[in-house]
Design a binder for this molecule. Sequence first.
Ligand code: AMP
Length: 311
Amino acid sequence: MTTSNILEKIKQYNTIIIHRHVRPDPDAYGSQNGLAEILKASFPDKTIYVVGEEEASLDFLATMDDIDDHTYKNALVIVCDTANQERISDQRYLQGKELIKIDHHPVVDAYGDIQWVEENASSVSEMIYQFYLEQKNNGLQMTDRAALLLYSGIVADTGRFLYPSTSERTFQYASDLVAYDFDRSAIYEEMYKTNLNIARLKGYILQNIEVSPTGVSHVKLTKETLGKFNVTSTETSAVVGVLGNIEGIQIWVIFVEEDDVIRVRMRSKGPFINEVAANYEGGGHPLASGAKIYKWETIDPLLAELEALCK
Ligand code: AMP
């Protein structure tokens, strides 16, 4: 698979519908909408849609299109940043004529007629910029807005160029992207603003974490606790990083109770945790994974598996 295969496919279709994963983050939005902007600028005669559930905290990046089922007839569907089909936001992705997967997670579900997966890419936004660079001589055009979207995705998925996935290429692309005309400070302000409730919840987490002798740390956020701090389950994505630079912690897990599931947010400094996540209906990256459990007692075997990784 090369990026020219993807461009050829795009050229064959008049309607292109771009999806991404549920509970979106800035890389999901950045890659989906960055690609859409590039395609709109490059092919003004084509109709390009972006779909999926709206996430209010990402409205500053983009808003979604509302489309009928019949729009999928004869459409090309592209899914960004989504390892498995279950996590695709808007399950109508199967109603298109052909399907392309563009992703940077380890392959757990090889879906799509064309699959472009780069596990070493820091973000799918980085891959979309690579797509543009490799195909700009074949008609792709970049815009300021696409640059803003891709830059935001890269910044978010690299933890502001901190995570080991940040490569020389990431910096090169980021340096290209900041040359476009967009307000970087405004983006940082939107991405990193913390409301008082989240700030207080971070305080609660720091007060209540348990740390094992091997360096596995965890905290439980029950529905009652979330209610007390007036923070939603989705918003807890903003608190996961708070344990990342505490000395002695190798792996940290935040359990977030929802109505019918306990969402497990796991991060690691070294041991690969995505296989443990896969044992609990989850998956993700080697150092950043998610899973689901259904009762509090399951915490013990899950933590035991993480302990085994640290020993
Ligand atoms: P999160 O803690 O939700 O930010 O998730 C971290 C990473 O784990 C993301 O990159 C997701 O791709 C992945 N992930 C989270 N939940 C799941 C799940 N239920 N199944 C597969 N991958 C997941």
